[in-house]
Design a protein around this ligand. Structure first.
Ligand code: HEC
Length: 240
């Protein structure tokens, strides 16, 4: 028993160590019932991400159903020009071009929120900073030497890293906004949060349904309690 416990503790200390870096993950504010945020996220996804990343597990039809939008609206406001309502979120980029340009293929992001977690995604999308030696001109606090350019730089502006030497390693301790973008930092946070909210939804669209089902179930249970109470009163009326 003792041995098992100490092994567990050892593994635990290991995982804590592994996640220690100069920058802590920032917390994303995930709310799958906020369909307005999800719609904004979907729109941003199509505008800024779909050029390189598919999200093949979801169809526009499904998004329309889940976000209570009609099909015309989703095709006009969210889907790229020419997409059909039954289409999956396909990227126009092919793997061959991607290899040539980035040295790697941008992954499908259908399940990325499940593998990386919402907070990681939030921190990642906000974590690009200027590093002139890089092919894309940027590096990232949570994904070192990432091949993806900072696609939201116009909205965010340019960040630079404050680097400190800790125990012989250069560690990014902080990011500073050197040149403001089109959005204020608060607006940009909201934009990124909407994107991450959308990616969490895409990772498990049934979550929305499940939450809805939960509400119905609670409603029926409450109704049943009231009914049972009234019945009880009715039965015991003459006995009291
Ligand atoms: C110009 C092409 C391009 C665009 C546009 C783009 N990305 Fe990427 N992205 C890449 C490439 C290439 C990689 C692979 C990076 C690597 O492996 O070094 C990547 C990697 C990622 C990863 C990390 C995946 C992993 O392995 O964990 C995430 C998350 C991501 N992108 C999200 C986004 C989001 C969200 C958007 C839209 C705001 C976006 N990307 C727009 C090219 C792009």
């Amino acid at each position: 028993m003792k041995r098992i416990l100490s092994t567990l503790l050892f593994l635990l200390s290991f995982s804590v160590n592994a996640s220690s870096s100069g920058i802590e993950l920032e917390e994303a504010d995930i709310d799958l019932s906020d369909t307005v945020s999800l719609e904004r996220g979907a729109k941003h996804y199509v505008t800024y991400c779909l050029g390189c990343h598919s999200a093949k597990h979801i169809r526009y039809k499904r998004i329309a159903l889940d976000l209570h939008l009609d099909e015309g609206e989703i095709l006009k406001n969210v889907a790229p020009l020419g997409a059909g309502i039954y289409d999956q979120m396909h990227s126009a980029m092919n793997g061959h071009d991607a290899e040539k340009w980035f040295g790697t293929t941008p992954p499908d992001l259908s399940l990325i929120a499940r593998s990386r977690g919402a907070d990681w995604l939030y921190t990642y999308l906000k974590g690009f900073y200027a590093e002139p030696g890089k092919p894309t001109g940027v590096n990232n606090t949570v994904f070192k030497d990432v091949a993806m350019p900072n696609v939201l730089w116009q909205q965010q502006g340019t960040q630079v890293a404050v680097i400190k030497n800790i125990d012989g390693h250069d560690v990014v301790t902080e990011l500073k906004l050197e040149q403001p973008g089109q959005l204020s930092p608060r607006e940009f946070d909201r934009m990124v949060n909407d994107l991450v909210n959308f990616l969490v939804y895409v990772g498990e669209p049934v979550q929305l349904e499940r939450q809805q089902m939960g509400k119905y179930a609670l409603f029926f249970i409450l109704m049943f309690i009231v009914l049972a109470y009234l019945l009880k009163k009715e039965y015991w009326k003459d006995i009291h």
